[in-house]
Design a protein. Sequence first.
Length: 438
Amino acid sequence: MIKPFSLFLTALTLTAAEPDWPEVDRHAVSFLQSYLRIRSVNPPADTREAAALFAGELRRAGLEPRLFASGPGGQTNLLVRLPGRDRAKKPLLLLNHFDVVPVDPKGWTADPFGGIVRDGFIWGRGAMDMKGIGAQQLLALILMKTTGTVPARDIIMLSTADEETNGTLGIRWMIEKHFPEIDAEYVLDEGGFGTRDMLADGKLVFGIAVGEKATTWLRLRARGIAAHGSQPIPENANDILLEAIRKARQLPAAGQLHPVVADMQRLMGAPFASNKYTNAIRQNTVSLTTLTSGVGDPPKVNVIPPVAEATLDCRLLPGTNAQEFISKMKARINDPRVSVELLSQPDDPGASPAGTPLFRAIAGVIRRHHPTAAVTPMLVPHGTDSVKLRLKGITAYGLTPMVLDRQTSTMHSDDERIPVAEYLKGLRIYLDVLRSEF
């Protein structure tokens, strides 16, 4: 059982006091362990238990969360507000999601839903994406309340049910049904992070995400002629598809750096490290994700199928014309036997501006906690719920207030984990951001 915050509220005064950090740290670790033990896997994104855990913490601190059931399978979103001094200012929205991706336990060296602490890490599905950040946001908000710290403006926190399947019953549902209640000037979501090796070799760089690449999913379908496998034919749909995939992935050489990435290069004061992450944020990318073919179940080895399919996960830099990108891909393939189908409409609101009072406040807090860090706006190659709010005109930043490295950047991977020390330091960073003037 985790100890509720109410057990140490007596250690805090009604004025803006400094928390009892040793007790806060103990509770923060225990709370995240309990959160990681909740199997809020999407699908089906039954987040009732996670929402109840958050709601209990908030109510014990004197806050009044509201729960929104958005689907028949237990999909539940949570919203809570802490009033600020200047009610004329639009709020700051803290955004996180309850749901996590599925796991294959055979690939893990720890129970993916055990929430164990081992070797200085907290292990579990969602530790990085994004239960760790969600816990930091929740606990920082509660500390604002229990230390009597009134923020510069209202702070609202939204925890959604359905980020991992494009937000249909999460952020999209909340925007459609309850947008006036979450309308904000700023959003803080997952995204940026600190690292000594992922962005620049041997240099501490802390990125604050201001934008992300547009998700563009495609299906390639090749049509050929069914035949006996003993007699090769040029109309083999598999061969046609393989050649189409080869051409589809022949992207033109990257041109000038995107302006945000160029700013990163300048502010880091060092060359980009060479790895998959820095490669992805500097250019458009195409990943082959699925191949489907064969006749029968299981497919017969001696039958050449008439149809073969593949899916491509394309991620486009902000400002890229998706239709032009697809047209050029079709021109490279140049085969009437191959169709290219768009599976997801890419959202591209562009990047949020970095010259805002909140961005400066975040950068200042990071520099106080990490004096040697180069702080920079950044792009992230993956998608977040922030894109839906940028489309509504809201300035959104991604803040993962932890220093990570290539070995522990484990989003969606086996053995997902975060360092305990960075999780606790990140809680302090979040609290200082919420205390800031912006």
